[in-house]
Design a binder for this molecule. Structure first.
Ligand SMILES: [Zn+2]
Length: 707
């Protein structure tokens, strides 16, 4: 329907429109309204027809609201085909269309407690209720599946339809009959109802969805991007058996229309929405239960919505928000409808976990042991409450496997407290201006040719005197888990380095505090504080010092193991490879790197220099040998890895965890303390989230903890 080039253009236009704030003058408004029409129709097509949106719901809503605002300022610009004048469309040519008994409208959106307060105020005004009187609301989950309408007549299911364009939908009666959660007969007659239209959502439970995709992978079929795709696809299967096989479930959440034998409206038999839903539950329909709450005022509504925003990741179904409905039908009636949505209901949208943005550039950062980490620079984008402008791309394999290009439009995700990451590039939005990301052959800092060690994904600059590396080593040396020099942050290191005061590690211990006190932004007090922190650090144990040298593979727990074996840190220069690998949990990689370091005269000189500057070289009593690793970061904890790990092999990960005192287990249970999740983590993650007692870490966070 849209060519690639056109799609790219519409995406760009959308992003430009999203930046606009003020209402334009009349001339500019006409042009903008035309643009908004075009992009909104495009995004609706991507969302409803392809099930693959390229902007977040929030961005789509912002475009929609912008159009509404301009139309409000210039009512003469409202045309019948404006997206604001109709609800969205998911009709297909494959099924006959049928008219709904009453239109299925969209919902207005809210994003925070403030919006909900405004909504409550509007309700009071529309229904002419004094603001100090409380209005009660029912809050239900906003399921992310396919909307359906069911008609029962004479207690029998006679019709099922998709939402379609809101006025008419696809007739999918046979598919609806195949769903076990939809009763074929229901005793509406007991309530004096002859004909009724119900609203609901057909969706697939997340664990079923995982199984469907796993099965499709085995069968070499394309996998579904999300449960909603799988659900809306299932609604329109040619064969009802296939619909049933996909495990669709239907939640019913609204009584839309009800008449008696004479055609009289009998909806008012249920004075409240809550009672209507209770009747449906009594008749055997699947209705929201624990996720539904009758709230006595808007504050209670806000709290319930915010609680669910936190809980949603552990929930069995995909939900993207909550729906708030006025409970009293009499008040609903007074509020009425716009052509687009009922005025008595509003959706509370959760913070978007995903957003699309542009990959502008890639910065190749040099780490403390020379490892090169590509970091993507993004066009800043709001994601789950923060602005994201750069994300790690980890290594070359990551870039290759995701087929990332400069200028690509990328889908970024940030779920819960997990560090934001790139899910994929939207290749359908490419217009030829994208360029492959070339990995540098030389160090971006010192130009040394990069090397890759066997079995490692990262490229490294092996020049120990590389400026970028030296700087990272200085920053590492003073950091919390190394020498722990309080208040000596990266900013100061960089500044002192630029001033020529800090070149080697030894320089840290011979800073001129008089000169520092005269620096802009400093003063006597901060210079004194820094001196005190550095003097304290001089008394540190030798494990911290060893770790503070940034020797490859010598992490915190390995440093502690060595510290327990020696009296003076310089004793290590006499150790042989055999002695080293005989130590518990120490492998040949560590041995090699340790020997390299302690065989270099310049490093031995550095140690003597540090000694003369007053840095402690002797083992502390507290560093004496202990049987088990009881002071590792994960000591006494059980740990489990799930999903495909991107940054390390599973064996490697387990060894690291063990080295830090953790005990590996194989299943999620009440005994599990930590779950580390890689890509495509499935049921184990869900189960752990549901338990609520398991600490969930991304790979990057796991490594960060290890230091
Ligand atoms: Zn370098």
């Amino acid at each position: 329907m849209y060519e690639q080039k056109k799609q790219k253009e519409l995406y760009e236009t959308s992003k430009t429109l999203l930046k606009k704030k003020d209402i334009p003058n009349k001339g500019a408004a006409a042009k903008e309204v035309a643009d908004l029409h075009e992009v909104i129709v495009y995004h609706e097509w991507r969302y409803y027809v392809l099930n693959e949106p390229v902007v977040s719901d929030f961005e789509y809503d912002s475009l929609y609201k912008r159009l509404e605002a301009i139309e409000q300022a210039y009512p003469e610009m409202i045309t019948p085909n404006s997206p604001t004048q109709r609800v969205s469309n998911d009709l297909t040519a494959d099924f006959p269309t049928v008219a709904h008994l009453i239109p299925m409208l969209s919902l207005d959106n809210s994003y925070n407690a403030e919006d909900l307060k405004d909504f409550d105020e509007r309700i009071h005004n529309l229904a002419m209720i004094p603001q100090e009187e409380e209005v009660d609301y029912v809050v239900e989950p906003k399921f992310d599946g396919g909307s359906i309408a069911l008609v029962y007549e004479n207690d029998k299911l006679v019709r099922g339809a998709t939402r379609g364009n809101g006025v008419e939908g696809d007739d999918i009666t046979n598919n609806m009959r195949a769903l076990r959660s939809i009763p074929l007969t229901a005793k509406f007659s007991d309530y004096g109802i002859h004909k009724v239209e119900l609203r609901g959502e057909a969706l697939i439970r997340l664990d079923r969805f995982d199984n469907i995709n796993k099965k499709r992978e085995v069968e070499e079929k394309s996998v579904f991007a999300n449960p909603r795709n799988a659900a809306t696809g299932a609604l329109r299967m040619k064969n009802p058996k296939e619909t049933a096989a996909r495990g669709l479930e239907a939640f019913i959440y609204q009584l839309g229309y009800a008449t008696d034998k004479d055609g009289n409206d009998v909806l008012n038999k249920f004075p409240t929405h809550h009672e209507g839903i209770e009747m449906l539950a009594a008749l055997g329909f699947k209705v929201p239960t624990i996720e539904r709450k009758l709230c006595k005022n808007i504050e209670e509504v806000s709290q319930f919505c915010l609680d669910w925003q936190e809980k949603r990741d552990g929930y069995d179904y995909e939900i993207d928000g909550m729906v708030v409905k006025v409970n009293q039908l009499a008040i609903q009636e007074k509020c009425g409808y716009t052509s687009h949505h009922p005025r008595w209901a509003i959706a509370f949208k959760f913070k978007a976990k995903q957003a699309t943005t542009k990959l502008l550039d890639v910065e190749f950062q040099v780490g403390k042991i020379g490892q090169i980490t590509p970091v993507a620079k993004l066009e800043p984008v709001a994601l789950a409450g923060v602005t994201v402008s750069s994300v790690s791309l980890h290594n070359e394999d990551f870039i290759t496997s995701k087929d990332l290009h400069y200028n690509d439009t990328v889908l970024v995700e940030r779920a819960g407290d997990v560090i934001p990451y790139i899910v994929k590039a939207l290749s359908e939005l490419r217009d030829g201006s994208e360029k492959a990301i070339t990995y540098p052959k030389n160090c971006p800092s010192c130009n040394t040719i990069l090397t890759q060690q066997e079995g490692e994904a990262a490229w490294r600059c092996e020049n120990y005197t590389c400026e970028a590396q030296s700087l990272r080593r200085l920053i590492h040396h003073v950091s919390k888990h190394a020498m722990n020099i309080d208040g000596f942050g990266e900013k100061y290191i960089v500044r002192f380095n630029e001033l020529g005061w800090l070149n080697s590690l030894a320089d840290i211990y011979r800073l001129d505090y008089d000169k520092i006190s005269e620096l802009e932004g400093f003063g006597q007090r901060s210079a004194d504080n820094l001196k005190a922190a550095i003097d304290t650090a001089k008394q540190n144990g030798i494990a911290r010092l060893l770790y503070g040298f940034s020797i490859p593979h010598i992490g915190r727990s390995v440093s502690k193991t060595f510290a327990a074996e020696i009296e003076d840190i310089r004793d290590l220069k006499d150790w042989t490879e055999e002695q080293i690998v005989n130590l518990h949990d120490i492998g040949p990689k560590v041995a090699k790197e340790l020997l390299v370091f302690f065989n270099k005269q310049e490093n031995l000189d550095l140690l003597d220099e540090l000694d003369s500057l007053g840095v402690n070289m002797k083992r502390l009593d507290s560093e004496m040998k202990q049987e088990a690793i009881t002071d590792g970061v994960f000591s006494g904890k059980t740990i489990l890895f799930t999903g495909k790990l991107q940054l390390m092999s599973r064996t490697d990960a387990q060894a690291k965890a063990k080295g830090a005192g953790a005990k590996a287990v194989s299943a999620v249970s009440g005994n599990l303390d930590i779950l580390v999740v890689g890509e495509k983590a499935g049921s184990k993650l869900k189960k752990a989230q549901a338990l609520g007692t398991v600490e969930i870490l991304s790979e990057a966070e796991f490594l960060e903890r290890l230091g």
